[in-house]
Design a protein around this ligand. Structure first.
Ligand SMILES: [Zn+2]
Length: 393
């Protein structure tokens, strides 16, 4: 996947054009620091293969006139972000801007064949609507550990029937293009690093707060996946030895203390015990409570809801403080559904991280909310798909 070998000149040319649009030959030569003759040879080859094309004369820089080069406008990249209960599918252009997008409810527990059938049907619909004729590459994020090398899920806890299923092979066969499969938190981190709040940052942590909790570890400009694709699975780090039992069987995991499912549980308990009239009212009206209700109740000034967010922020901050000391990131980005709890949560997490980490590691450490929201995952998947295609150019 190009991680072990040096990136080819073709790959570097195509990436620059993806990020900057049209560039003159002179600008390309400057940015790539390669001899002009070698660059021209490579551009000739990429032009003949319809991967790049000339886009008219560049503004004169006072010397020899240069011609603008751009990526072929025919490039189409598919992006799939599969969650536990829904899927988002996009078709992106050469600059990874979405040309068409569709979202649908899907239960990941119904197994790989029915779920991937939905994915293929959604892509078929986008093709019928004219978003593409043939995909050049497809990127897919799954809500569990993935062997990036093999393109298969590895013992994913919330995905019965998916362990070892050949997701990459099946989709590549069905859509007749190269496919790359990764963990959903990783693709969000990649998206945020490519076009979000962390775009100028090499070393950052992307924290996904949803039903569960995961961390994308982006170091030296790349996602760190670990041996089995499980790196960043921080939801099962223990934060309270006397805490509630987690779905994984251990006690007091971060995810059992804080996270979408834990918040809903604690909010329901508080409502039933008469500790929060606001939550009790919402429970009576809707029949169930979610993290969203906790956020709404907190916004209305409900002290119990505010207390739940504070306690969660403290648990999360404690784990993050450890990660900060370990990885020395230059930014922490918080995304996922619980990011909707917003600045109250952020304030609590910040307070704990800044007070518990070494001053050297937090001297200038922004802790911010995701800019991309739902698009982080699909942008990251599209970026991975284009990387794969460009590596083969
Ligand atoms: Zn656990």
């Amino acid at each position: 996947m190009g991680e072990a070998v040096a990136d080819s000149l073709a790959y570097r040319v195509l990436c620059l054009l993806r990020e900057h649009g049209a560039l003159s030959r002179a600008e390309l030569a400057d940015r790539l620091a390669v001899p002009r003759a070698r660059l021209l040879g490579e551009l000739g080859r990429l032009t003949a293969a319809d991967q790049v094309r000339e886009a008219g004369p560049a503004a004169s820089r006072g010397g020899r006139r240069s011609t603008l080069i751009e990526l072929s406008p025919a490039y189409r990249f598919g992006a799939v972000d599969l969650g536990a209960t829904s899927v988002r599918v996009e078709v992106c252009d050469r600059g990874l801007e979405p040309l068409a997008a569709v979202e649908q409810a899907v239960d990941i527990r119904s197994g790989p064949r029915p779920v991937l059938k939905v994915v293929s049907e959604l892509l078929g619909k986008l093709r019928a609507d004219g978003a593409f004729r043939q995909l050049d590459g497809l990127g897919v994020g799954l809500p569990g550990p993935v062997s990036f090398r093999d393109g298969v899920p590895v013992s994913p806890p919330i995905m019965p029937g998916w362990d070892g299923f050949p997701v990459r092979e099946l989709l590549a066969h069905e859509h007749n293009c190269p496919v790359v499969v990764d963990n959903d938190v990783n693709i969000m981190a990649i998206g945020e690093g490519y076009g979000g709040v962390a775009r100028s940052v090499e070393d950052f942590l992307y924290l996904k707060l949803g039903t569960g909790i995961g961390c994308g570890i982006h170091l030296g400009g790349r996602v760190f996946r670990g041996k089995d694709g499980c790196a960043g699975d921080i939801g099962h780090i223990q934060v309270d030895p006397n805490g509630p039992v987690c779905a994984c069987g251990n006690t007091g995991c971060l995810e059992a203390v804080f996270g979408g499912a834990a918040l809903a549980r604690d909010a329901t308990a508080a409502a039933r015990a008469g500790r929060s009239p606001v939550l009790a009212e919402r429970l009576a009206a809707a029949g169930a409570l979610s993290a969203y209700d906790v956020g709404q109740a907190a916004a209305a000034g409900d002290p119990t809801a505010i207390g739940l967010i504070r306690a969660g922020g403290t648990a999360l901050g404690t784990v993050l403080a450890g990660l900060v000391s370990f990885a020395n990131p230059s930014m922490i980005v918080i995304g996922g559904g619980l990011a909707g709890l917003g600045h109250r949560l952020l304030a609590e997490v910040r307070a704990v991280v800044y007070s518990r980490s070494l001053p050297l590691a937090t001297g200038n450490l922004p802790l911010v909310l995701s800019e991309l929201g739902d698009r982080a995952g699909t942008l990251g998947a599209a970026r991975l798909a284009s990387d794969l295609v460009f590596h083969q150019a």
